[in-house]
Design a protein around this ligand. Structure first.
Ligand code: LLP
Length: 453
């Protein structure tokens, strides 16, 4: 039969034996399914760690060449558990959190506050207080209101000024293969650098931080989008941020120490897709910021980046069991084989929400060489409950088959729901032939425990 294993979009630990058995880091998926049940998220620890290391090394090397420091923050929104926070921290990354919940996981993992950043466009007072209490390395403020809120909270606590970065929007929006650069913004995040009349919201934000002695203005933050495969957007945004930094320095004499360029590094979801290469992008961005800083006549800041998907996405796959197979005649007269699995939009909302494309294969047995056009669907009660819109599956795909969907490590479990009262699947780490449950399977009792009758 045709198989894309090994290779992208599968994690580096995925292999296939002559009898069709598929292994992840030496663990046979049949044994894994027998022990832990399906659906299950499977996370290849070695793969995840090497991507974390790869990003850190690529950026450290490229930025060292231009004489600038760089920190890599793992964006926990992609997927965060105590073990994963520990792994990335052991690999020299810091942790970017977007809510009090993510902050709690990072702290539970033992990540020092100084190595954690807190994001969010509407942080609660409790979240701000907890971040200050934990001594987070930076709070990324998102609005003028929030600047005062964080300053008031810091004033109430006393002690050292709270380190903040101001999130700005540069008009660059990237994702997929393209980016667009617009003067204006119509979305909720950050403060715009566009200034049709007087100071831009971004400049006003920076000045507001400088006006509050309870805050320490650490730097400027910009995140331009997600699943970016064309690196030029990063360079345009970096230029805009460095220019704003120079303008602030000219105006106030304060040259902020740090610039964060956000996350968004794209990965391969389908066979034949090519992920953004960290070495290449690091070199390109380093060269570009060096040139910009030289133009502006300002010394380089320390940089940081926040990849999420690129670290955890390719390291994960989802294992399902096929329940039903149904040929359906389509409008154009052709036949599409609907393959229903035991999960669906509750464990991966991305196809339904974004029309995201995935790749699936029958794993665990030899299947027929002949393939059919299939659509993998879930068990939820709506027709948009699609796991894989289009994929060639073996013509003999049948009930009981194990099906693996590639590259589900990012924004799968982290965006999972309990729609239809379906308990969320476990996250099973595999490494050196061993499995380890990182997040256990939810049970109906877990769900019923929330219902007070
Ligand atoms: N930093 C900030 C400030 C962000 O807002 C994000 C993502 C990241 C870093 C990490 O981006 P990544 O490297 O993972 O692309 N749920 C969507 C993605 C939303 C991302 C939102 N922010 C999806 O499933 O594609």
């Amino acid at each position: 039969m045709s198989t894309t294993i090994p290779g992208e979009p599968w994690s580096t630990g995925v292999a296939r034996a002559a009898d069709g058995a598929t292994t992840v880091a030496g663990v046979d998926v049949r044994a894994l399914a027998a022990e832990h049940g399906t659906p299950a998220y499977v996370l290849d620890e070695t793969d995840l760690r090497s991507r974390a290391r790869g990003y850190r090394r690529a950026f450290e090397t490229a930025f060292a060449e231009i004489g600038a420091g760089v920190d890599v923050y793992y964006a926990g929104k992609a997927f965060l558990s105590v073990a994963v926070a520990r792994w990335v921290h052991e690999e020299g990354l810091r942790v970017d959190t977007a809510t009090g919940g993510e902050l709690a996981v990072a702290l539970r993992a033992g990540v020092p506050g100084a190595d954690i950043g807190l994001h969010g466009n509407n942080k609660s007072d409790t979240e701000i207080a907890r971040a200050l209490e934990a001594g987070v390395g930076r709070i990324i403020v998102d609005s003028l209101v929030e600047i005062e809120r964080v300053a008031d909270a810091a004033a109430a606590r006393g002690g050292a000024p709270a380190p903040v970065m101001v999130r700005v929007t540069t008009g660059v929006h990237a994702g997929g293969h393209e980016y667009i650069s617009t003067a204006h913004e119509d979305q909720k995040f950050g403060l715009s650098i566009a200034s049709p009349d007087g100071d831009s919201p971004a400049m006003r934000g920076l000045l507001a931080v400088l006006a509050r002695p309870e805050l320490r203005l650490l730097g400027i933050h910009s995140h331009i989008g997600s699943q970016i495969l064309d690196p030029s957007g990063f360079e345009v945004a970096a230029r805009a941020v460095l220019t704003l930094r120079a303008q602030l320095a000219e105006r106030t004499g304060v040259l902020v120490e740090e610039v964060d360029l956000g996350g968004g590094y794209g990965i391969a979801y389908l066979p034949g897709e090519v992920a953004l290469d960290p070495d290449r992008i690091a070199k390109d961005v380093a060269a570009s910021v060096q040139a910009t800083a030289a133009d502006l006549g300002t010394p380089l800041p320390r940089f940081s980046i926040e990849p999420g998907r690129a670290i955890v996405g390719p390291a994960g796959l989802t294992l399902y069991t096929v329940g039903t197979v149904k040929p359906v005649r389509t409008d154009d007269g052709s036949v599409r084989t609907y393959v229903s699995v035991d999960g669906g939009m509750s464990d991966n909302i991305r196809p339904a929400l974004y029309g995201a494309a995935y790749h699936a294969e029958v794993v665990g047995r030899l299947a027929s060489a002949q393939t059919v056009l299939a659509r993998v669907v879930g068990k939820h009660c709506e027709s948009g409950d699609i796991v894989v819109h289009e994929v060639q599956l073996p013509a003999d795909v049948r009930a009981g088959d194990l099906l693996a969907v590639a590259a589900t490590g990012a924004y799968g479990r982290s965006m999972a729901s309990n729609y239809n009262h379906v308990p969320r699947p476990p996250v099973i780490a595999v490494s050196d032939g061993e499995t380890r449950v990182l997040v256990r399977r939810e049970t109906e009792d877990d769900l019923l425990a929330l219902d007070l009758g």
